[in-house]
Ligand binder design. Structure first.
Ligand SMILES: Cc1ncc(COP(=O)(O)O)c(C=O)c1O
Length: 367
């Protein structure tokens, strides 16, 4: 074991990403074209055509650095969310926003509160700055906001909340989130991570940007990786009041969002038809998957995202075993043993035919 670097960096367990298609093809001797990947909550339609066109145009200027301030993208976001541009921080994916927040607000030894079964990057971001994680036990696989408010200590600097949460898909209603924000001490930053917001049903949607006006300690984090279909380009953003935004932008790498990503994101933001098509596919895919789980008698957590967490067996080895059986059939999903859920798998919702391939493979895998 290397002795380089601080203990807290050496103690980090690396993030386990979804397996790439090419890797599974190599490992299992499969043809890439036959592999179905439902492992990383990506958009099954890929990137919007509007983004592709914008990106091709922007490619002509790739010899130059990107706009470090993302003027045009911020102008588009500013209009869309009705906040001034100096309330926006751009990120290399929203993952970057989560890390920037840890770097900007947490010193070594200070504590960070997040929920059991919440997005893995919260623990990594906390550990990366030598923070002390306070992991609050989940309630019904989701955030227990009362327990989280009670868990805040004198040295707590940051709270992460995922809504909807990954990998469980649980959702907290607007009224509960707001009651929580009202309880959090003013000096504690709350990062409200809404990576899956665009998949919410209309009645669950709320304007979290409006809360930012009311709460100077709130950072709302969003991404272009999921509903907007730009995961490979890496672009996300945060909305927060200027004092907080200013600090986050000091920590941010100047050119963290490349020019292709900026151009593609502007196009995607205005592509309402693409979002609507994705939301519709997601609703239908959710019905398709959960109907199969019901038929197979498998427990799942009702999801508000573009994925479903399903329990594939009663023993501790179930998730890994069924995952391997699926991989051998060319279906990539996400094992969640690292989240403390070894009996479960997380399935991203795909196109109808991809979901059907997965369901077929699952039947064989658990037979
Ligand atoms: C809850 C949540 N937040 C943030 C992210 C980060 O996504 P990205 O960095 O692609 O924006 C993810 C990705 O899976 C996620 O599930």
């Amino acid at each position: 074991m290397s002795q380089f670097g601080p203990d807290y960096v050496r103690a980090i367990a690396p993030y386990q990403a979804g397996k790439p298609i090419a890797e599974v093809a190599r490992e299992f001797g499969l043809d890439e074209a036959t592999i179905v990947k439902l492992a990383s909550n990506e958009n099954p339609f890929g990137m919007p055509e509007s983004s592709k066109r914008a990106m091709m145009e922007a490619a002509a200027e790739l010899g130059r650095y990107p706009d470090a301030n993302g003027f045009e993208l911020k102008a588009a976001l500013s209009k869309r969310y009705d906040v001034p541009a100096d309330w926006l921080t751009l990120g290399n994916g929203s993952n970057d926003i989560l890390e920037i927040a840890a770097h900007a607000f947490v010193q070594k030894g200070e504590s960070v509160v997040f929920s059991q079964y919440s997005f893995a990057v919260y623990a990594l971001a906390c550990q990366g700055v030598g923070g002390r994680a306070i992991v609050v036990p989940a309630r019904d696989y989701g955030h227990d906001l009362d327990a989280m408010a009670a868990a805040i200590e004198a040295d707590t600097r940051l709270v992460y909340i995922a809504n909807p949460n990954n990998p469980t898909g649980t959702f907290i209603a607007a009224s509960e989130v707001e009651a929580f924000l009202a309880r959090v001490p003013a000096g504690v930053i709350v990062v409200l991570d809404e990576a899956y917001n665009e998949y919410l049903d209309a009645q669950d949607q709320f304007e979290s940007a409006a809360w930012v006006r009311k709460y100077p300690n709130l950072v709302v984090s969003r991404t272009f990786s999921k509903a907007y279909g730009l995961a490979g380009l890496r672009v996300g953003f945060a909305i927060a009041q200027p004092a907080v935004t200013d600090l986050m932008n000091r920590i941010r790498q100047p050119f963290n969002v490349n020019s292709l990503a900026q151009a593609a994101a502007i196009a995607a933001l205005n592509d309402k038809a693409f979002l609507a098509k994705g939301a519709q596919n997601n609703r239908e895919g959710y019905q398709q998957l959960t109907a199969a789980f019901d038929q197979l008698g498998l427990e799942y957590v009702p999801s508000h995202g573009n994925f479903v967490l399903v329990k594939v067996g009663a023993d501790e080895g179930a998730g890994a075993r069924v995952n391997l059986a699926l991989l051998k059939q060319g279906v990539i999903v996400r094992p969640v043993g690292a989240y403390g859920l070894p009996q479960w798998l997380r399935i991203s919702i795909g196109l109808p035919e991809e979901n059907a391939r997965f369901i077929d493979a699952l039947k064989k895998a658990i037979a």
